[in-house]
Design a protein. Structure first.
Length: 659
């Protein structure tokens, strides 16, 4: 295979061939010092030696001149004068011998001029060889610079192509990372920068290489331009990779912020769901009948009470979770959003998706903060106000029940109503939670219940029963308000914002059928409402308790509750116990004194603590203002009870009513 280097080597050897063909007369010159030679022969031999040395010097001059011309023409890109220098080193000892031979041999005195000429030519050859050597070094330097710049341009093109391929792969598949290409680029950029720096230093030095044609200068300018373009591409790639890393961090932080906001949003939704359930439960219990003796209504009352109790318990748990998340998430989310905003502002490029997501996160966070502030400052404190309001109505009913056992007249009704009105909370705070519903019409004997009627047989009905029926028929005003009997099985406290109030939530019993009379009737002040309720005869009523009692109580006297246990009817399954009544913190001192001064033993029904329905039935029976005889049917028939005053023959009753 023929290459440029082999051609250059062949041409260099051809240049030095004429010099190699001339033999150096070293032996002949040494023979001149032999004493056996005749003067004539010594002169002839000396002339022959000087002639051969002169020819060698002329050939060496010609070779050096040829090299000079070739270097100047640039025909050959690499030259060396080492063969010529080696030949000169062999010739160098002969030049002093010529002078020594002339000095020793007198007959050679006339040959001194040719020797002096040879010495002069030898000295000229040495200087010319040094000049050619310097010229060759400069040519080699130019060749080296030109070759280096060409290699730099090739490497710049390769790196530009690698960067382009990396960009294509990065944009085509963002999830796949080509780290090997980046490593290869880094490994090749370092040596390339070193070569560029060398070329730049030599071309901008105080003694730059001679460039008569301007080729090196033009090539150096091209190298600088291409290197600058490559450097810009590398810097842009670094910035984009840095942006990609920042985008990864942005997405991670944004996902964390979204998760925290989702957690807060979820707890806020749960709080509002529990608040709505409590509001619906209170509204349902308020609008239901005060008490009933049917098994279906008892089941409904039990389910409603347990549902409301569970809702309050869940609200308390959800509220604690919300407060904990609000305490720790709010500063973290604010700090992260601020950090993301500062990062976006510091970015060189603008990513539209990043800007849109950050703006959406800010808008969502502002909305969520507004919702949380409304929940903490208004909705949670407002749901707390429902409990003291209903609690006051409950204690008002408790006082009415207590007064029914005493011997006081109709004047005590006004005191109780005024005391209940003074203890209730303002209706403004609960207007958004309690929705008043129209009163149902008054009850009639023929529309009383869907249960089997009392059987009097040969006995007269109980006086308590008859008086209560008369009061029910005549004392129920169209606009009267009925207070449902409260439950003592669920009292919770929800004060999420540190309110000073410690209210007690009540769970009124639902009843769609008026089996037992457990409400207070008031006179109506609205004739239109009276006419509407009088014409409508229904068996079930949905009544919302009034926050502020403004009606006049019925003047029909209440029957007195027997104070002796011997006068009260009872069944064989009834048990006597003391019923604990809850005291309202808003009760007046007069009502409390009257309550403590009134001593009576109530006949109560003791329920099965494991049966929720039995507990609700006991609650209704024990809270009734008139004594009710109740017994649970023995056996496996759940939900069947016996009610009635006719269980005791002494009061005129001999039969029992089964439900």
């Amino acid at each position: 295979m023929i290459t440029s280097e082999s051609i250059q080597t062949t041409e260099a050897n051809d240049i030095f061939d004429p010099l190699y063909q001339i033999q150096i007369p070293e032996k002949e010159l040494n023979d001149l010092f032999l004493p056996s030679l005749s003067p004539e022969q010594r002169v002839n031999d000396f002339q022959a030696v000087t002639k051969r040395i002169t020819h060698w010097l002329e050939t060496a001059h010609m070779i050096a001149f040829s090299i000079e011309q070739s270097v100047k023409r640039g025909d050959m890109e690499s030259y060396s004068v080492e063969p010529l220098q080696l030949a000169c080193n062999k010739m160098h000892p002969l030049i002093p011998l010529l002078t020594e031979c002339i000095d020793e041999q007198d007959e050679l005195e006339h040959c001194r001029l040719p020797v002096t000429k040879i010495q002069s030519e030898w000295s000229g050859l040495q200087h010319f060889i040094s000049f050619v050597k310097t010229l060759i070094e400069e040519a080699n330097e130019k060749h080296m610079l030109r070759t280096m710049m060409e290699n730099i341009l090739i490497q710049v093109d390769d790196l530009s192509m690698m960067i382009f391929q990396f960009q294509e792969k990065r944009h085509s598949d963002p999830e796949k990372k080509e780290d090997s290409i980046l490593l290869d680029i880094d490994n090749r950029v370092g040596p390339l920068f070193t070569n560029v720096e060398k070329v730049y230093t030599r071309m901008t030095s105080s003694n730059p290489p001679e460039d008569t044609t301007g080729l090196l200068t033009r090539k150096h300018l091209l190298v600088q331009e291409r290197w600058e373009s490559l450097r810009i591409e590398i810097d842009e790639l670094k910035i984009e990779l840095k942006e990609d890393r920042w985008l990864v961090v942005f997405r991670q932080v944004a996902d964390q912020v979204d998760d925290m906001m989702n957690g807060l949003d979820k707890t806020v939704t749960q709080c509002y769901t529990m608040i709505q359930q409590i509001k619906d439960g209170h509204a349902g219990m308020v609008t239901s009948s005060s008490s009933t003796t049917s098994s279906s209504s008892s089941n409904h009352t039990s389910n409603t009470s347990s549902t409301t109790t569970d809702a309050r318990t869940k609200l308390r748990s959800v509220e604690k979770n919300f407060e904990a998340k609000y305490k720790y998430y709010t500063p973290s989310i604010t700090k992260m959003l601020l950090m993301l905003g500062n990062g976006i502002a510091a970015r060189v490029s603008r990513n539209v998706a990043t800007l849109q997501r950050h703006e959406a996160m800010l808008a969502r966070w502002n909305t969520l903060k507004s919702t949380m502030d409304q929940l903490r400052k208004r909705d949670l404190p407002d749901i707390v106000v429902v409990e003291p309001t209903l609690s006051d109505n409950t204690h008002c009913w408790s006082r009415l029940s207590d007064r029914s056992d005493s011997t006081t007249g109709s004047n005590n009704w006004k005191d109780l109503i005024s005391g209940a009105t003074g203890g209730t909370a303002t209706p403004t705070s609960t207007s958004r939670f309690l929705h008043n519903k129209p009163s149902s019409p008054s009850l009639h004997f023929e529309d009383d219940r869907s249960k089997s009627p009392f059987k009097f047989n040969h006995h007269s009905p109980s006086p308590l029963f008859m008086e209560e029926k008369v009061r029910q028929y005549r004392g129920t005003s169209p606009n009267g308000r009925r207070t449902t009997s409260p439950s003592f099985y669920a009292r919770e406290s929800f004060n999420s914002v540190g309110s000073a109030l410690r209210p007690q939530s009540i769970s009124p019993s639902h009843s769609k059928e008026d089996d037992m009379i457990s409400t207070k009737d008031f006179r109506s002040q609205n004739n239109n409402s009276r006419q509407q309720t009088t014409n409508n005869h229904t068996t079930s009523r949905s009544i919302t308790p009034s926050i502020r009692r403004s009606g006049t109580p019925s003047m029909i006297p209440r029957p007195k509750t027997p104070t002796s246990n011997a006068l009260r009817p009872r069944s064989s399954m009834a048990r006597i116990t003391n019923m604990t009544r809850s005291e309202s913190p808003f009760r007046s001192s007069t009502s409390s004194t009257t309550r403590h001064n009134t001593t009576s033993t109530a006949t109560t029904y003791r329920p099965d603590p494991k049966d929720p329905l039995d507990k609700q039935v006991a609650l209704i029976v024990n809270r009734s203002p008139i004594p009710i005889q109740c017994s649970k049917k023995a056996g496996t028939a759940d939900g069947r009870y016996y009610f009635g005053n006719e269980l005791t023959p002494s009061l005129g009753g001999a039969d029992e009513t089964k439900y």
